[in-house]
Design a protein around this ligand. Structure first.
Ligand code: CAA
Ligand code: NAI
Length: 694
């Protein structure tokens, strides 16, 4: 029984117990209706408390029911039944009150929260709007604009802010249940204060239009936020019951939208990657003391991420000056955390004094549990570092490389303990980006893999298992679709048009703006490394080499594809003549591409290479690719990731595009055999997320 009713003195106690997060599954909804009836019929009960067992109050609707036929009773009906009760009901909230969970609390007649409780309406992150009265009750309780801000941002708020806004009535100073029972006793005998009976706040067309314009600018293409604003404002102009109907209709429309399906796929995919079958039941090794080698861009970011998660870090640099620079960089990153309110200044000072050390002698790593190398990207330097680690690291220490592309098996071979070696591929900036590719080499021990996943959890990152290959999952796919994009620029497209077309599709940044951010030297070095093994028919982005040779390294030199006068990227009038010269030198007659062609070719290349990563086991499943591209490469979340998107488009269509393009270049455009097989069998990529490969 996920919902029970009992009495404590003159107060009815309704307990929801539906682990892990007390989601309002059908059984919970039905149980709440039953419990509400029991309370109404219990003449000895003068008021009631609803509370939750376990780690949290109701964290929302049961997302796993979405997309399936709805089952009665609906959550709005359950909340309406509770709100209509003739005796007061107190919500006793702890943990997270999210979505339908917060809406349930809004339908109660008073709310008290434990310290540390977080409250929010995250529905828009799932492509939905609050569909159980949130758009109608919340504005009545806290005002129109605070409510719309909360709904459209999906922001979670703490108890102090919630109390100031009137979202909750009190914060429990001691035991939550005792405090809620006392509140119920105080309210007993009084008429219930129903949120639905509060007057609707007046419309504020100017503020609402400003918000809508902001949303259109910041979240192009996304429909849920706008629908939430419309439902709230339209509904509030009507009596409550009709407002609820407006909300319901808008909720149903969103429930049927592809964006909802994509965002919920992303939600579950991000949780599925953590359940790696190969390490089920395998205990990770300890990871309290972390070693980091190299304090450049990545090493400093990794050190900061570990320190912010409460780990002890020793960072090794080449000499004292480099060690001092690294220390200063780490201190600056921690300062940023203080400025953003993520870390208290005294805690920052304690970290820098007690938890963080820099050194130049590898002997300082002798007691480290896990050592992450982030030195220059050449096999020679990596070999030197790993040979040295083999000498100093304690037995059982995990030895990790942050290499972007290099062969982790070859790096492991520099040690006498390849079972302890793993790739931990962080993304820049490492203390911010949530993705971590855990690169499992041929001889990596399962408990070492488990330690990589445990580190990600500790750092609140999303770990995705990847196999060894050039670039693992993300960079390998990126290299391939970058080649398609560069080919279009060689053939006549402008980098600005490419960036515009792909941000129009929803990418966070266009590929040329990304190049400028990373530095054009990075791409140049990669091309140098691959030059010897390049296929004669691979097309080289000669224009990128020219820019590099001109010292146009991107943002850091003030000029790359764009100009950075005052920091803001501006198109550079000198770029087009440079491109024209390159095309003339190569004997290419430039042609035009439409934005749609740019998107089509980029996505066809991306999906094709992604399917290959699944086929050869680099990625375990299509959903692993989606999680990587969503969290490391700015792929639009509301499209669910490239594999989800490909299924939604239809694999036959993508295969037909690739086959058509192979008439133009049959070296680059070769359909992945797995893609062809899936189309022949009438199957979707999503089927590979569950069952065996065809
Ligand atoms: N429905 C079903 N399952 C859920 C769920 C939900 N709403 N929320 C979490 N879970 C599951 C997760 O899938 C996970 O399952 P596995 O262990 O099998 O992977 C488990 O609960 C634990 O979740 P997390 O790993 O995310 O745990 P956490 O402690 O890191 O975070 C949380 C807990 C903050 C509640 C987080 O899970 C979360 O944000 N959940 C989603 C909350 C949400 O979006 N609620 C709104 C739903 S929409 C809605 O309510 C619409 C409406 O108005 C009718
Ligand atoms: P970087 O050039 O900023 O830093 C490298 C640091 O390593 C320098 O500070 C250098 O002094 C130090 N170093 C070199 N040899 C050393 C040695 N033997 N012992 C101790 N320190 C040594 O390079 P960056 O960008 O931090 O990259 C490091 C690694 O991370 C590379 O393998 C790179 O491919 C990878 N990576 C880089 C990403 C990025 O966006 N920059 C993203 C993900 C991975």
């Amino acid at each position: 029984m996920p919902v029970t009713y009992h009495r404590s003195g003159a107060t009815g106690v309704i307990t929801i117990d539906n682990p892990p997060v007390n989601a309002t599954s059908q059984a919970v909804r039905a149980g709440l209706i039953e419990a509400a009836r029991a309370f109404a019929a219990d003449e000895s009960a003068r008021a009631a408390v609803i509370l939750c067992a376990g780690r949290t109050w109701v964290a929302g609707a049961d997302i796993s029911e979405f997309g399936k036929p709805p089952q009665d009773p609906s959550l709005p009906d359950v909340i309406a039944a509770i709100e209509a009760l003739p005796k007061p009901v107190v919500a006793a909230i702890h943990g997270t009150a999210l979505g339908g969970g917060l809406e349930l609390a809004l339908g109660c007649h008073a709310r008290i929260a434990a310290p540390g409780t977080r409250m929010g309406l995250p529905e828009v992150t799932l492509g939905l709007l609050p569909g159980a009265g949130g758009t109608q009750r919340l504005p009545r309780l806290i005002g129109l604009m605070p409510a719309l801000e909360m709904i459209t941002s999906a922001r979670q708020m703490g108890t102090a802010e919630a109390r100031d806004l009137g979202l909750i009535d009190a914060v429990a100073s001691d035991d939550l249940t005792d405090a809620a029972l006392q509140m119920a006793e105080r309210l007993a005998g009084q008429p219930p204060r129903r949120t639905c009976d509060l007057p609707a706040p007046p419309a504020d067309p100017t503020a609402t239009e400003t918000l809508t314009a902001d949303l259109a600018r910041k979240l192009p293409g996304q429909i849920a936020q706008r629908a939430a604003v419309d439902a709230a404002t339209e509904g509030l102009a009507l009596p409550f019951a009709q407002g609820m109907e407006v909300e319901r209709a808008a909720f149903r429309a969103l429930m049927d939208s592809p964006q909802r399906a994509a965002l919920i796929h992303a939600f579950f995919a991000e949780r599925a990657v953590a359940h790696l079958p190969q390490i089920k039941g395998v205990d990770p090794r300890p990871l309290d003391r972390i070693g980091v080698i190299g304090g450049g861009t990545m090493g400093a970011g990794i050190a900061a991420a570990c320190l912010l998660a409460g780990l002890d870090v020793t960072l090794i640099e080449r000499d004292a000056a480099a060690a001092d620079t690294a220390r200063a960089t780490v201190a600056k990153l921690l300062e940023g955390a203080v400025t953003r309110g993520k870390l208290a200044a005294p805690a920052r000072d304690a970290i820098l004094t007690d938890a963080f050390r820099t050194a130049t002698d590898y002997a300082a790593l002798s007691d480290a549990d896990l050592i992450i190398e982030a030195v220059f990207e050449t096999m020679e330097v990596k070999h030197q570092v790993f040979a040295e680690l083999d000498r100093v690291a304690k037995p059982g220490a995990v030895l990790a490389t942050n290499t972007s592309y290099l062969d982790v098996n070859a790096i492991a071979a520099a040690t006498s303990r390849p079972a302890d070696v793993i790739g931990l591929h962080f993304f820049s900036p490492a203390h911010v980006m949530r993705l971590l590719e855990v690169v499992v080499a041929d001889r990596t021990a399962p408990e070492v893999t488990a330690t990589g996943f445990a580190l990600a959890k500790r750092l609140k990152k999303i770990a995705v298992r990847a196999g060894v290959c050039d670039g693992f999952i993300g960079n390998r796919i990126l290299s391939h679709y970058r080649a398609a994009v560069d080919a279009m620029v060689l053939d006549g497209a402008s980098p600005y048009q490419v960036d515009r077309a792909l941000t129009g599709f929803g990418f966070a940044m266009g590929p040329y703006a990304v190049s400028d951010l990373a530095g054009l030297d990075i791409g140049w070095m990669t091309r140098q490394r691959k030059a010897a093994t390049r296929h004669p028919r691979d097309r080289v982005p000669v224009f990128a080499d020219r820019l590099y040779e001109l010292g146009r390294l991107g943002r850091k030199s003030g000029r790359g594809y764009y100009l950075y006068d005052g920091g803001k990227p501006q198109p550079d009038p000198e770029l087009e003549p440079l491109l024209a010269q390159v095309r003339a030198d190569l004997g290419i007659a430039p042609r035009d591409f439409t934005d749609a062609q740019i998107v089509e070719r980029t996505m066809a290349a991306l999906v094709n290479e992604a399917v290959r990563t699944v086929a050869d086991g680099t990625a375990l499943r299509p959903l692993d690719v989606d999680v990587v591209m969503l969290n490391g490469y700015g792929f639009p979340r509301w499209r669910g990731g490239p594999m989800h998107w490909a299924d939604a488009q239809g694999l036959p269509q993508i295969l037909a595009q690739i086959d058509a393009l192979s008439a133009e270049d049959d070296h680059f455009w070769q359909a992945a055999p797995l893609l062809r097989d899936l189309v022949a069998q009438g199957r979707r990529l999503a089927e590979l997320n569950e069952g065996p490969k065809p």
